[in-house]
Ligand binder design. Sequence first.
Ligand code: LMR
Length: 440
Amino acid sequence: MALSKISTSYSPSQTLKTNLYSKPCVPLQGYDARRSGVSFEPHRKLRITCSVAPNQVQAPVAPVVPSDTTSSRDCYGVFCTTYDLKADEKTKSWKSLIKIAVSGAAGMISNHLLFKLASGEVFGPDQPIALQLLGSERSLQALEGVAMELEDSLYPLLREVSIGINPYEVFQDCEWALLIGAKPRGPGMERADLLDINGQIFAEQGKALNAVASRNVKVIVVGNPCNTNALICLKNAPNIPAKNFHALTRLDENRAKCQLALKAGVFYDKVSNMTIWGNHSTTQVPDFLNAKINGIPVIEVIKDTKWLETEFTERVQKRGGVLIQKWGRSSAASTAVSIVDAIRSLVTPTPEGDWFSSGVYTNGNPYGIAEDIVFSMPCCSKGDGDYELAKDVIIDDFLRARIKKSEDELLAEKRCVAHLTGEGNAYCDLPEDTMLPGEQ
Ligand code: LMR
């Protein structure tokens, strides 16, 4: 199979048609490079052709769609023609198709995640899905490569794949939005700069979700700094409930469970009630006070309080950084797994008495945490995609002081992005030690 071509002009005569690739591709609108590549430029067209070369073209099986036909996004290759879900729904009792948008779709995390989504391990073996993949102009070739690999994997549940670089098209009607794409902090870049650059991306994507996504879309923000990015995103999407936005702290929860299991000499499935409080940064608080091993409080199983307060806590806070030193890049596979875990925690009932961690919008929380920020807290779900905050949580002075530090950091981040949340002029007084888990 030949690689698709990318061109900036669209000509209907170039449309490729085969038995498999019968639906012509439609123009996409592009981003320009101004303002860190996040501004939407509606006039410039950018087109993706289908995944066959002209000399492979066979007899047409479908009429050519004129170039001015509007489409929400560009279906990809085989997914343009094999969609016949109605028949499959009848014979296989499948659920109705759900639409999942993924940004940063050509990146390393997505490269693990997309294949898990397509295999059925996330939403179940009776849940067909559509993947709506958002990339950037720079990553468009790679994004086509991803779509080609999805084609070649022949996943029965994967009914549609579309790719594009305009969030207003790619997010159309999506019921899940997994926002992974963000810029990493570069050499010499201040953290305030990072907040601003990524904040602009998430402000734009929040607006796009607000305009075109399902009114009940669930949004998981992964791109760092994910808590504040999630806050910016939700503030720019006033028509979507703020409760539907999450910042991914499940990776931190998994890391904390692993460290406790290791210390206690048990398998990690014996660790429950693991809360990560606060920011996905080095101020995050892995809560050993409420966590349990085999249903017994961790502090009764691991008597080494000094280890819990120092080594354990720091190991979890800085795990991302240690991993970068070993790998030479950020965690990808374990992040993808934790996104799967985060989704599954929302679509399956939480085991009785247990909870999971997620960065959620603070609006009437019972723990005394400042309102109007995105803060990781313990959550329970009935499996309907929604969650409630966990009850029966103890907070002692030690935990309170740690939580406060993360809260202060998030409040400072919020002041620093006020220009992106509609709250006036930004004022950046970030604490000096504010760092992502990967920064050391
Ligand atoms: C992680 O926790 O592994 C990442 O968020 C690290 C980072 O800073 O990119």
